[in-house]
Ligand binder design. Structure first.
Ligand code: ATP
Ligand code: ZN
Length: 301
C-alpha cells in the first residue's frame, strides 16, 4: 500500500495545502497529467515517482493504483482524487464528486454470450456473474431482487462465459470492441462513467483547503470552457451586422471594430464548437468574409 512509506508526502504542509491522488500508469494517466499541466500546475511527473510537489501551487500529487484512490480520498490520506466514477461506485465510499472531467468515458454493462437467449438482466438473478466489479454487480442485481453467484476475476473477465465459467459478465467497455471480440452481447447498462474529481468530505469543510480546491475548480472550468469554443474574427460590411448578430449565439454581444475601409467592420466573437461549421456557413451567407478562427486556451466569465 502506498499509504505507508510516503515520507515527504506527509501532512506538514502549509495551511490549506492539498494532496491529490491520480492514477500512476493506466488509461487515465495521460489525460489527467495534461489536465493538471493545462491549469498551470508545474510539477515533475516522469519516471516511477510516488509523489511530486507543485512548484507554484500548494498541492502535492500522489501516484497510485486507480483501485486505491477512492479509499485514499475517503480516509483523508489525500484531499482530492481523480478516478473513474465506476470505482467510486464500486467502493461505495463517502466522497464528494466535484466535477466530471470529460475523459475516460466508459460504461459498466451486463453482457451475455451472443447466442444466449437471455435478453434482460432480470433473467440473471440466480445466475453466475463474472466481474472485476463485485460490489457494483451485487448492488445492481440486489436492486432487481436477485442474489446471483458473483465470481470475481481481476483480468480478462470477457472470456469467462465462453469458458463456461459464468453465464454473464459485468464489465467496463468503452467502444464495445472487446465484447464483440469475445462473442459477447450487451443487454444492459449499469453505469455511465468518466474520470471525475472527488474530494474528501472533511477537506471540503476546512476553509483554507476549500479555498484552494475552489481555485483548482475555477481553473479546470476555464480550460474546459475554452475547449468548447473557438475564437472567430471576420470582416463584414456594416450593413450585414444585424444578420451576423442573429447568427452568433456567442457568449455575449460580439466585439465590433470599425475598419479603415469606410462602411466595413471587424467582428470578434466566440463560437461554440458543437455548431461551429453550421454557424460559419450562416456567417458567410450573412455577408462575413476573411473569417479567421483560432483556439482558445482559457475562458473566465
Ligand atoms: P491500475 O494499474 O491503476 O490498477 P487498471 O488496469 O485497473 O489500472 P485501467 O485499465 O487503466 O485500470 O482503467 C482505469 C480507468 O479507466 C477505469 O477505472 C475506467 O474508469 C476507465 N476506462 C475507460 N475506458 C475503459 C475501458 N475500455 N476498460 C476499462 N476501463 C476503462
Ligand atoms: Zn486498477
Amino acid at each position: 500500500m502506498a499509504s505507508q512509506n510516503m515520507s515527504g508526502f506527509g501532512g506538514h504542509g502549509v495551511e490549506g495545502s492539498l494532496k491529490l491522488a491520480v492514477q500512476r500508469s493506466g488509461r487515465l494517466t495521460e489525460e489527467t497529467l495534461s489536465l493538471l499541466h493545462s491549469i498551470g500546475l508545474e510539477f515533475e511527473s516522469y519516471g516511477q515517482r510516488l509523489f511530486s510537489h507543485c512548484r507554484n501551487f500548494p498541492l502535492s500529487i500522489l501516484y497510485g493504483r486507480d483501485d486505491d484512490i477512492p479509499d485514499y480520498v475517503a480516509r483523508g490520506t489525500v484531499d482530492l482524487g481523480i478516478v473513474g466514477r465506476n470505482l467510486i461506485h464500486e467502493e461505495g465510499i463517502d466522497a464528494e464528486e466535484l466535477l466530471a472531467l470529460g475523459y475516460g468515458y466508459c460504461t459498466l454493462i451486463v453482457g451475455v454470450l451472443r447466442d444466449s437467449p437471455i435478453e434482460h438482466p432480470e433473467e440473471l438473478i440466480n445466475a453466475r456473474i463474472a466481474t472485476s466489479y463485485p460490489n457494483s454487480a451485487r448492488k445492481f442485481f440486489a436492486s432487481l431482487g436477485g442474489n446471483p453467484e458473483i465470481i470475481t476475476i481481476s483480468g480478462s473477465v470477457e472470456v469467462a462465459p465462453s469458458l463456461g465459467l459464468a453465464d454473464a459478465v459485468v464489465e467496463l467497455t468503452a467502444t464495445g470492441s472487446t465484447l464483440i471480440l469475445n462473442d459477447l452481447r450487451q443487454i444492459h447498462t449499469i453505469l455511465e462513467s468518466e474520470a471525475v474529481l472527488v474530494a474528501n468530505v472533511d477537506s471540503m469543510k476546512d476553509p483554507a483547503k476549500r479555498a484552494n480546491i475552489e481555485r483548482i475548480l475555477m481553473r479546470i472550468d476555464a480550460v474546459r470552457a475554452a475547449k468548447r469554443y473557438k475564437y472567430v474574427m471576420m470582416n463584414a460590411p456594416e450593413t450585414a451586422l444585424d444578420a451576423i448578430r442573429a447568427v452568433i449565439p456567442g457568449m455575449k454581444s460580439p466585439t465590433v471594430v470599425p475598419l479603415a475601409d469606410p462602411g466595413w467592420v471587424a467582428v470578434h466573437t466566440a463560437l461554440e464548437e458543437e455548431a461551429f461549421w453550421e454557424s460559419i456557413e450562416r456567417l458567410r451567407k450573412a455577408g462575413a468574409t476573411e473569417i479567421l478562427v483560432s483556439s482558445l486556451e482559457k475562458i473566465l466569465l
